[in-house]
Design a protein around this ligand. Structure first.
Ligand code: HEM
Length: 166
């Protein structure tokens, strides 16, 4: 009971449609998006690691490794983003939650940054690293951590993508 003596309304409890959050882009109930996001997350962190190793050692191998990792991060990020976007658009309980759209906006900003980090290195992977490549890698790593943390929040706090228990 509230101080005014009236029950506080819980929009989630009041609207049963918000409970329909079960993933549809899934294999045997396991969301494809959750399986795929590991790749852009790990590859984005790898680009930062390779950039730092190039800065520290001057070995061009690391600049080349960073170039390929940035390509992989962007491509796998797009693939993961496509599965997430289909889920967002077709599942009513996911589409109706503002937190899902917050995650979408963060992810689109991240994908733009990943794309920029790759495009900047094309044909010029050694000179591209210092300082612009490294700055882009650092920004992408920070935004990946925020987006990934928020994606986890969708699942673990709001049960988005999960099957409701009866
Ligand atoms: C581009 C648009 C994207 C959309 C619309 C989207 C949407 C979603 C949705 C609906 C979920 C809940 C689980 C599910 O239903 O699959 C989720 C979870 C998640 N997302 Fe995204 N996502 C996008 C991109 C990304 C990207 C680029 C990353 C990489 C950082 C990411 C990281 C995560 C993580 C870590 C989870 C939690 C997975 C788990 O622990 O089960 N998402 N996302």
């Amino acid at each position: 009971m509230s101080e005014t003596g009236r029950e506080l309304a819980d929009p989630i409890e009041e609207n049963r449609a918000l409970h329909e959050t079960e993933s549809k882009i899934a294999i045997a109930g396991h969301p494809l998006h959750a399986m795929l996001v590991a790749f852009p997350i790990a590859l984005t962190m790898s680009v930062l690691g390779a950039d730092l190793l190039y800065w520290w050692s001057g070995d061009e191998f690391w600049a080349r490794a960073a170039g390929w990792a940035s390509f992989g991060a962007f491509m796998m990020g797009v693939v993961a983003g496509i599965t997430g976007t289909i889920e967002l658009l077709i599942v009513r309980g996911i589409r109706n939650r503002s937190a899902s759209w917050t995650h979408f906006i963060l992810a689109v900003m991240l994908l733009s940054l990943m794309g920029m980090n790759w495009a900047w290195r094309i044909g010029n992977h050694v000179e591209a690293v210092l300082p612009v490549g490294l700055i882009l890698s650092l920004a992408a790593a920070v935004l990946t951590a925020i987006t990934g943390w928020h994606g986890g929040k969708l699942v673990f706090d709001y049960q988005i993508g999960t099957k409701p228990s009866k």
